[in-house]
Design a protein around this ligand. Structure first.
Ligand code: BGC
Length: 519
């Protein structure tokens, strides 16, 4: 292949090179960041259902749970766990992550991806140790805030790192690999909770064990190399070339290097990414970068991820059965994410979104009806063994639907629709909106369960209906569309075609690092 470059039917440039072992090892270490995020998402649910933990830090919740009564005289099951400090323990992480992601984006740009990942690892390590050794609520909450900083730093830098290190042909799979690591982290957390719950200090092991992957991430990121893109951004062109040769496993990297340099030069001309993104021609991007993370959280998934054991206990499952149920939903989450990775480039994004939406809707309505019939408004009742099994199957079907639709696509679609000149702003909006609504759901779920009762499931079902219609009407298919041709997708869309000014083009192909120089 002359010059190591060819142009395919879609006019996207392909570079020479292989998937080297060096890239795979590097990406594995970096993906620890996803695993840590998942671990923190999954660990609190089980811990907050452990009695020794509640007795030590939240004695009033413990008493009301034991008595089956709520201190505010809501004498019903739905309110057993409603306590603001208990929810603050879960949700403080996400507000800290939101704040940190803004600092992280500056660190990542100015100092490189590696220092960001290292800082993320250190925050995780400190947070996990503080939580594991906590003797009072302050240590718990400060530990959670530090973990939140870790999430902010890693969620900002790891996806960028992975997509810059990866050869273009496996970029999509690696992007989804990050979500896969999140779900594996959640599952590991569920398993550890299941194992430690029987011990008096089991919660310390659950919270403290997060230090192990955090330590690996710190150690690993000391040895990781920074990405060629980041080196170029910081003016180190020679080092960038040497790195490209190493990660692509070929000397033939001049075209890719030149494109990276061009893209970086053009990006420097973009003085105001925030002003840029508010231009009319970027209306579709700003709409999806804010609506997709909002809707992702309004599927209600984190009710299951954070509070499954508490929810199952509320519905009358025993302590071990509740933790086991969380493990089962965790396994379904990992498996269905894998289904998404296998099908997304074959069947496309829309079909996964639409099928997932309908399946989630049906399951949520069914769960709501079952709980309404059994517990009613008074909250008195319990499920038989068969009913409990049916409920678990419905919840698993809901988790599966989420995990092959809004889970991975919630991160993939916003990242692939933004041209370079608005990519950092678009990604910042996406992460910030996601963290904000993760925080809101974590903070108000127990309160909502107490007041909306079984209606909570209809509340989320209503949002799933809206988001499914939103996708059906407004999201064009982006499967196999080269990034530099994405503007055609908006122009030919029945709605966006009217909104995006006819004269607008996306940035020149050069800006996107895919210039069309002849081979
Ligand atoms: C979401 C998390 C969620 C996880 C569940 C992620 O895409 O951002 O909030 O807990 O999926 O697998």
């Amino acid at each position: 292949m002359a010059g190591g470059v060819y142009i395919d039917q879609g006019q996207a440039r392909h570079y020479d090179g292989n998937v080297t072992a060096f890239v795979l090892v590097t990406c594995f270490v970096a993906a620890m960041g996803g695993l840590l995020f998942g671990y923190d998402l999954g660990i609190t649910g089980g811990v907050t259902s452990m009695e020794p933990f509640l007795a030590k830090f939240f004695p009033s919740v413990y008493r009301q749970m034991k008595a089956g009564l709520h201190e505010n005289k809501h004498e019903n099951t739905y309110c057993k766990f409603d306590n603001e400090i208990l929810t603050l323990f879960t949700s403080s992480l996400y507000i800290a992550a939101l704040v940190a992601s803004f600092f992280a984006s500056a660190t990542t740009r100015i100092l490189g991806r590696k220092p960001s990942m290292f800082s993320g690892g250190l925050f995780f390590l400190a947070g996990a140790l503080l939580n594991g050794f906590a003797v009072n609520i302050a240590m718990l909450i400060i530990g959670r805030v530090l973990l939140g900083f870790g999430v902010g730093y890693c969620n900002q830098s790891v996806p960028v790192y992975l997509s810059e290190m990866a050869p273009a042909k496996i970029r999509g799979a690696l992007n989804m690999g990050f979500q896969m690591m999140i779900t594996i982290g959640i599952l590991i957390a569920n398993l550890i909770n299941y194992g430690t719950a029987k011990y008096k200090h089991g919660w310390r092991i659950s919270l403290g064990l997060g230090a192990v992957p955090a330590f690996l991430l710190c150690l690993g990121s000391l040895f990781l190399s920074d990405t060629p893109n980041s080196m170029i951004e910081r003016g180190k062109h020679e080092e960038a070339k040497a790195m490209l040769i190493k990660i692509r496993g070929t000397e033939n990297v001049d075209d890719e290097l030149q494109d990276l340099i061009d893209a970086s030069e053009e990006a420097k001309l973009v003085e105001h990414p925030w002003k840029n993104i508010s231009q009319p021609k970027y209306r579709p991007q700003i709409t999806f970068c804010s609506c997709i993370p909002f809707f992702q959280q309004l599927t209600g998934i984190n009710v299951i991820m954070f509070y499954a054991p508490v929810l199952f206990k509320t519905l009358g499952f025993g302590a071990q059965a509740s933790l086991m149920s969380a493990v089962i939903t965790g396994v379904v989450n990992v498996g269905a994410t894998f289904v998404s990775i296998l099908t997304v480039d074959k069947f496309g994004r829309r079909i996964l979104f639409l099928e997932g939406g309908v399946q989630m809707l049906v399951c949520q309505v069914a769960v709501g009806v079952m709980i309404a019939l059994k517990f009613g408004v008074s909250g008195q009742g319990s499920f038989s063994k068969v009913e409990a099994d049916v409920l678990l199957v419905l919840i698993c079907a809901y988790v599966a639907a989420y995990a092959w639709s809004w889970g991975p696509l919630g991160w993939l679609v916003p990242s692939e629709i933004c041209p370079l000149e608005i990519r950092s702003a678009g990604q910042a909006v996406n992460v910030a909106v996601n963290m904000f609504f993760t925080f809101i759901i974590a903070q108000i779920f127990l309160l909502m369960l107490c007041h909306l009762k079984f209606g909570l499931f209809f509340f989320f079902a209503g949002f799933v209906l809206i988001m499914t219609i939103f996708v059906a009407l407004l999201l064009p298919e982006t499967k196999n569309v080269p990034i530099e041709e994405m503007h055609l997708v908006w122009k030919s869309h029945w709605f966006w075609g009217k909104i995006v000014p006819a004269s607008s083009r996306m940035a020149s192909p050069n800006v996107l690092g895919y210039n069309n120089r002849k081979p």
